[in-house]
Write a protein that binds this ligand. Structure first.
Ligand code: NDP
Ligand code: 8X3
Length: 245
């Protein structure tokens, strides 16, 4: 039985990944800070299938202690992450920027570094959650988009460095997925979340989870480098032009 480590399994895409991989016969180590949600998933999926690992991804010591019991990881899904705020850069919170960088970039890099020797030994796979925000700027996306652009380019760089090891690396780059993402971004503003997703028929965590599972289950000689997804309802707008007078 193969083992996948899914960070951020308490909600949204990560929680859906836990269910999708379980249905496909994988063992899952699911992480997050909300222990109650991980315990509920273990109850649902079975304690021999889903193994909770409770820690903040920014706390390397807590992470290493929690993951010591799971040395054999075949697939790392770097999913835990967040956006904070929708303000333009000139009004944004520096603390929020640092939290996004610490979580989406530094913690992802650190966990990847820690697991690389084992992943190489097992010819494993790394699936990183980037975003369309990595490629398409929008007002208020500033540092969030920057962190996801980092994830995109880091994934490609890993592919380059890992040549010949058999390790696969993929950057998954979704657009609008209805999860707790917007609630977190707006500090719990349910109205803002409902307004964004309402009537838009957004993607679901399950949509992305099936994609992650597909990528991780491909024949060993195939690598999806980057994969960008959007709901049909979402698309592109033109440039903005500010005019004098
Ligand atoms: P959710 O808010 O629903 O889930 C985020 C998950 O990340 C939770 O399980 C949360 O766990 C975990 N997490 C966040 N911060 C930390 C932390 N410091 N330590 C440990 N775990 C943490 O959002 P999504 O499922 O939508 O987001 C998952 C990933 O997908 C993110 O990287 C996001 O950027 C990316 N993404 C999302 C899109 C969307 O439209 N929803 C589109 C493109 C990419 P807990 O709070 O329990 O610690
Ligand atoms: C989340 C997608 O479009 O809200 O990464 O930035 S978006």
């Amino acid at each position: 039985m193969k083992t996948v480590l899914v960070t951020g399994a308490t909600s949204g895409i990560g929680e859906a990944c836990a269910r999708a991989f379980a249905a496909a016969g994988w063992r899952i180590v699911g992480t997050g800070r909300r222990a109650d949600r991980l315990a509920a998933l273990a109850d649902e999926l079975g304690a021999d299938v889903f193994h909770p690992a409770v820690f903040d991804v920014r706390d390397e010591a807590a992470r290493d202690a929690a993951l010591a019991a799971f040395p054999q990881i075949d697939c790392l899904v770097n999913n835990a992450g967040l956006a904070l705020g929708t303000e333009p850069a000139q009004r944004a919170s520096l603390d929020a920027w640092k939290t996004m960088i610490d979580t989406n970039v530094t913690a992802l890099v650190s966990l990847t570094h820690a697991l690389l020797p084992g992943l190489i030994a097992r010819k494993g796979a790394i699936v990183n959650l980037s975003s369309v925000a990595a490629t398409y700027p929008y007002t208020g996306g500033n540092v969030y988009g920057g962190t996801k652009a980092f994830v995109h380019q880091f994934s490609l760089g890993l592919r380059s460095d890992l040549a010949g090891t058999g390790v696969r690396v993929t950057s998954i780059e979704p657009g609008m997925v209805e999860t707790e993402f917007t609630l977190v971004r707006t500090q719990g503003n349910q109205q803002a979340s409902d307004a964004l997703y309402g009537g838009a028929n957004p993607m679901t965590g399950e949509d992305i989870a099936q994609t992650v599972l597909w990528v991780a289950s491909l024949p060993a000689h195939l690598n999806i480098n980057t994969l960008e997804l959007m709901p049909v309802s979402q698309s592109f707008a033109g440039f903005q032009v500010s005019r004098e007078g």
